[in-house]
Design a protein around this ligand. Structure first.
Ligand code: SF4
Length: 165
């Protein structure tokens, strides 16, 4: 791989210290910050890109009419139509950069990778935006911040991206 081709990792922006969570806090991950020594980081917060702002009401995923919907926990408002807007904004952030991996926030209705616990379902699943990104980037590696907390796992992740991308 030529050195001139920069590799990028897309990350849930709350993991980088941005105060974009529903309660206007962050969930800084030192492992995610350390990735910037080796890769370009592309930060995105789906719920901010939906235009929900911060602070905001929490949302959950609920099945209605056979499909997963994004529902406000206080207002019961259906925000599902905003997912396409967020994905279009994410496209703009990514541009034509070479994205080799995603590090997503665990347990989030938007970002989780198999760890979001829907209130009406016992089976944990992907957040709605994460699910769509997996389909769109089938060759990228997807992990959450918990999978990088271990030093050995972090080193293996970086090695894999540098040598197999
Ligand atoms: S988990 Fe995802 S949607 Fe929630 S604050 Fe972090 S980046 Fe935004």
């Amino acid at each position: 791989m030529p050195n001139s081709i920069k590799l990028y990792v897309a990350v849930s922006s709350c993991l980088t210290g941005e105060k974009v969570r529903h309660d206007a806090t962050s969930k800084t991950s030192t492992a995610v910050l350390a990735l910037s020594n080796s890769f370009g980081l592309l930060k995105f917060c789906p719920e901010m890109l939906m235009g929900l702002g911060t602070p905001r009401e929490t949302i959950s995923l609920q099945q209605q009419s056979g499909a997963w919907q994004i529902i406000g926990n206080e207002s019961a408002h259906n925000y599902t139509h905003l997912a396409d807007i967020a994905l279009a904004e994410i496209d703009k952030i990514f541009g034509d950069k070479r994205i080799v991996a995603f590090v997503m926030k665990s347990r989030s209705p938007s970002c989780a990778l198999g760890t979001y616990p829907p209130p009406q379902d016992k089976v944990a699943r992907d957040g709605l935006i994460a699910e769509r990104l997996r389909l769109k980037f089938p060759s990228a590696l997807f992990v959450d911040e918990q999978q990088l907390e271990n030093d050995v796992a972090f080193a293996e992740f970086v090695h894999t991206l540098k040598h197999e991308s």
